[in-house]
Design a protein around this ligand. Structure first.
Ligand code: NAD
Ligand code: PRE
Length: 363
């Protein structure tokens, strides 16, 4: 089976890593730049790479378009000029789905060829093949946007392949996808960028702004570091949905200003209460590259070697730790470590081992 990946960056590279090395699978990367194609191979992310669309595509069983949203149509058009392999499934990973669902239909004039839009709901603010990870999609949702004309057999084939990502596959219609993802992903990115730029302006007058910015600012603004070209394309593509969402956002913020203006303490409390309740009921962020659903928290005294001790206590019991994150570490103040595991069994065992070693462990 040949899988061609167009654009081997964060998402394309992570998919390639999920597929490469599986029995009878060959993964070919395509780049429009020879130096990038060479890099994909040197990093061992793909089996081979080419700068020829034709060479990558004509005998492929699956083609994943993992380029910026603004380039999708161009590649769909180029592929529609080629004789693709009958039965070939072309899919994409773009963060918007309505426009590509429309242009993808152009591919279906070829016998047996299907276009099925896709969007893994996992990622990060990092970009490029250097940021790719085999585990990026684990337990994340992976949205597919088949429509009435999509042959069930072709959809099943794609779902079977995507099982290698360990993501949960869901089907959603393209228009609803853009509305929902606009609200839970694109709007937050705009807000984060606007907030950082607001503070950047103040900081030009007084650099204490950046110095004092702590966890709260970092948590709400991590995504402001997303790739500018990737996000330019997403926002422009989903313009009509986003303009409506920004209107609602302005109304939401105006309500806050009004509460403050009237010193309506009860109203402010209520706003935090309802937000906190809703947030705590949201499904725990599925495990991706940065977060695990199998997490526990350990209070740690601030003295040298403590992280090493935790890692070696777990290592001795052959418990696989997938991530350690220091949540708080200040001089003379106990810190908190978040430990992530890949399985519930590892988490359960780790909690026992660490409790036996005298650590305060909680979930
Ligand atoms: N970043 C995320 O969190 C995330 C999550 C899900 C989906 N997506 C979507 O995935 C796609 C890729 O995003 P990414 O985050 O992997 O970005 P990225 O920058 O890491 O990867 C994009 C890749 O496409 C290549 N590329 C750019 N222009 C090209 C062109 N004209 N021809 C061929 N290759 C080209 C780049 O060299 C790079 O390898 C986008 O459509 C994005 O909307 C992103
Ligand atoms: O976690 C992040 O940094 C992301 O930006 C991932 C994220 C998101 O907003 O959740 C971003 C874009 C996608 O298309 C899907 C997921």
């Amino acid at each position: 089976m040949k899988i061609a990946i167009f654009g081997v960056g964060l998402i394309g590279g992570s998919l390639a890593l999920c597929f490469k090395g599986k029995p009878d699978v060959t993964v070919v990367g395509y780049s429009n730049r020879a130096s990038s194609a060479e890099k994909y191979v040197n990093r061992g992310v793909v089996d081979s790479a080419t700068t020829s669309v034709r060479e990558a595509a004509v005998d492929a069983d699956f083609i994943f378009l993992c380029v910026p949203v603004g380039k999708l149509e161009e590649y769909v058009d180029e592929l529609s000029q080629l004789p693709l392999k009958p039965g070939c499934i072309v899919t994409d990973v773009g963060s918007t789905k309505a426009s590509v669902a429309l242009c993808g239909r152009r591919l279906e004039s070829q016998p047996g060829v299907s276009f099925i839009g896709g969007h893994p709901m996992a990622g990060s603010e990092r970009s490029g093949v250097e940021a790719a990870s085999t585990h990026l999609f684990e337990n994340a949702f992976y949205v597919l946007t088949p429509d009435a004309s999509t042959p069930q057999g072709q959809l099943d084939k794609l779902i079977e392949l995507l099982a290698l990502t360990k993501a949960h596959i869901v089907s959603v219609d393209a228009k609803s996808h853009d509305e929902i993802v606009g609200a839970i992903s694109h709007l937050p990115h705009m807000i984060a960028v606007a907030l950082v730029n607001q503070i950047r302006g103040y900081n030009e007058q007084d650099q204490l702004y950046a110095s004092l910015a702590a966890g709260g600012f970092r948590d709400i603004t991590r995504i402001a570091s997303g790739d500018p070209v990737i996000w330019r394309d997403i926002l422009v593509n989903n313009k009509s949905v986003l303009l409506k969402l920004l209107k609602d956002w302005n109304a939401e913020i105006a309500t806050f200003a009004d509460l403050l203006e009237r010193e309506d303490g009860e109203g402010i409390e209520e706003a935090f209460r309802t937000a906190g309740e809703f947030r705590s009921k949201m499904p725990e962020r599925r495990k991706g590259m940065l977060h695990s659903i199998y997490d526990c928290y350990v209070d740690v005294p601030d003295h040298p070697g403590i992280i090493g001790k935790i890692a070696s206590d777990l290592g001795k019991e052959r418990i696989n730790l997938s991530n350690i994150h220091i949540i708080e570490s200040r001089e003379d103040v106990p810190g908190i470590l978040r430990l992530s595991f890949r399985t519930q069994e590892d988490l359960d065992q780790a909690q026992l081992v660490l409790a036996d070693a005298g650590f305060a462990v909680h979930q």
